[in-house]
Design a protein around this ligand. Structure first.
Ligand code: ATP
Ligand code: DNN
Ligand code: MG
Length: 224
């Protein structure tokens, strides 16, 4: 079983796009690959009479198996705000137990699982729970998605340090070129390549219509 936890330098940096690209790459080596969004905030009609989160729908489209929504998205909160606020507004407490249970069941059904966090590494899920705590509870290697824009060097280095300080492995990072007007993108990328201390798994060009299938991903050897 291969599994990883995808986090980012911020919300809106390309975690979902990167998670989908990882799923497509893993599907070239493993038959049953599935995405998981343990805690999603923001729900919309799924076209089939139910509600779903757009990240969950994107992960499902990139997965090779279909699983119950209670497994790939055990906690769905209606409002598109920080999960701890969405949970308070919905009066739905976020706890680790149902997530860990869903993940264990998913492991029996899949060969590879890509778990997408919410927001960045310290995004709060409740009063006393953060994304980092969830990743630690799952004991997964982490992939850090860096949204390449001014300010990302600080965010990337803080995130990489915090991930390692939590005792987890930073398995690699992905550069997501979210700002086509950024000055000196190559110099920023070069700095990150030499300072993050983990392999660059993908360099995602800015695309007007992002398509995860076109992203070239270099998977770590042990995931192939
Ligand atoms: N390389 C790129 N080129 C152009 N647009 C991009 C790129 N990467 C991401 N985007 C766009 O930026 C937005 C945010 O990306 P995405 O939804 O993957 O972020 P996220 O990190 O998953 O956010 P969240 O914290 O909400 O889960 C999306 O509209 C996405 O299409
Ligand atoms: C609703 C949004 N798209 C994300 N899923 C949640 C982002 C949480 C950000 C928390 C923070 O302010 O750091
Ligand atoms: Mg996302």
């Amino acid at each position: 079983m291969i599994a990883c936890f995808v986090t980012g330098t911020d919300t809106g940096v390309g975690k979902t796009l990167s998670s989908c690209a990882l799923l497509h790459a893993l599907a070239r080596h493993h038959p049953r690959v599935v995405g998981m969004k343990p805690v999603a905030s923001g729900a919309e009609p799924d076209g089939q009479g139910a509600w779903a989160n757009e990240d969950t729908l994107a992960l499902r489209a990139a997965s090779t198996i279909t699983v119950s929504p209670s497994l790939d998205n055990p906690i769905l909160l209606p409002d598109p705000v920080s999960p701890h606020i969405a949970a308070e507004r919905a009066r739905m407490p976020v706890t680790l137990a149902p997530i860990l249970q869903a993940y264990q069941t998913l492991r029996e059904q899949a060969d590879a699982i890509v778990v997408e966090g919410a927001g960045g590494w310290q995004a709060p899920l409740s009063e006393d729970l953060r994304i980092a705590d969830l990743a630690v509870a799952l004991q997964l290697p982490v992939v850090l998605v860096v949204g390449l824009r001014l300010g990302c060097l600080n965010h990337a280095l803080l995130s990489a340090d915090a991930i390692r300080a939590s005792g987890l492995t930073l398995a690699g990072w992905i550069c997501s070129r979210v700002d086509p007007t950024m000055l000196e993108p190559e110099a920023n990328l070069a700095y990150l390549r030499q300072s993050i201390g983990a392999p660059l798994l993908a360099d995602i060009a800015w695309q007007a219509q992002p398509d995860a299938r076109t992203v070239r991903v270099q998977l770590p050897k042990e995931w192939q």
